[in-house]
Design a protein around this ligand. Structure first.
Ligand code: NAP
Length: 259
């Protein structure tokens, strides 16, 4: 399917690896020029080279922490006018409800709620004035069903979800859509870190931790960044202009609910 977005420009935050990289890859395959981002310059530059070579699009890497104002400023300056914004950042650390103090919540809110809101606030006016724009926020299945050890994520992402529910309906009339993608477990470094935590806590191997988790997923496996990226690219496509303010779950059936 031709996504109809060849020649557009996208910022994909936190995209040198994992789900962000999957989104960057699928957008590049659709002919979209990219500004990609991550904190580690070496990994980021390598990703930019690979994306440009594989898809023949322009890829500008900006090594910066997207959770800081300076980092966002550098990414926005490098991009100029953008048609597509994919918001992403690393996830908060696991723990239990009695572990977290105010500072822990502030960090999680900065990374997983306020950073994407700041990026939207910067990009939406230009998109609206050009009557076309797509925003996809990478959130989590924890928005639909809380994950006990990820209370910081449950909280911060719920805040972002509320913001998107309201804002998406205020900008849709200008040809701009905002939607959220909710990953269940996907095979990335984040999954390795989470499985490592389970393995240490339960005194089992990584393979056992992964196998146990797979048993809780009707699809019986972890998702891939490629599948995730393809869904993101569709939400950014010309075909998705009537999808507004939705929370799209990619979890292999893991969240057991009717809607
Ligand atoms: P990942 O494999 O660890 O990749 C994270 C990517 O983001 C890397 O490129 C990393 O590069 C970059 N990054 C991290 N923090 C950053 C920051 N502050 N500024 C700029 N770049 C940053 O993680 P992932 O699995 O793709 O997860 C992406 C998001 O989805 C996270 O918020 C995660 O919590 C959420 N999620 C993931 C899963 C899953 O199963 N994978 C499930 C639910 C939700 P640098 O380290 O070099 O900065």
């Amino acid at each position: 399917m031709d996504l109809g977005i060849s020649g557009k420009k996208a910022i994909v935050c936190a995209s040198s690896k994992g789900l962000g990289r999957g989104c960057a890859e699928a957008l590049a395959a659709a002919g979209v020029n990219l500004v990609i981002n991550g904190r580690t310059e070496e990994t980021l530059k390598a990703a930019a080279g690979e994306l440009a070579k594989a898809h023949g699009v322009e890829v500008v890497p900006v090594a910066a922490d997207i959770t800081t104002e300076d980092g966002r400023g550098a990414v926005l300056e490098a991009a100029g006018e953008v048609d597509i914004l994919v918001n992403n950042a690393g996830g908060p650390p696991p723990g239990m409800w009695y572990d977290w103090e105010r500072e822990d919540f502030i960090k999680a809110l900065d990374a997983n709620m306020l950073a994407p809101i700041a990026m939207m606030k910067a990009c939406l006016p230009g998109m609206m004035s050009r009557s076309w724009g797509r925003v996809v926020n990478i959130t989590s299945q924890s928005v639909k069903a809380p994950i006990a050890v990820l209370g910081l994520s449950n909280s911060a992402r719920a805040g972002l979800t509320g913001y998107v529910a309201g804002t998406s309906r205020q900008v849709a009339g200008s040809g701009v859509t905002i939607n959220n993608l909710l990953p269940g477990i996907h095979a990335t470094d984040r999954a390795i870190a989470l499985d490592g935590g389970v393995a240490r806590e339960q005194g089992i191997s990584m393979d056992e931790a992964k196998a146990n988790r797979c048993q809780t997923i009707p699809a019986g496996r972890y998702g891939t960044p490629e599948e995730f990226g393809a869904t993101c690219a569709f939400l950014c496509s010309q075909h998705a202009g009537f999808i507004v303010g939705q929370n799209v779950l990619l979890d292999g059936g893991g969240v057991n609910s009717t809607m």
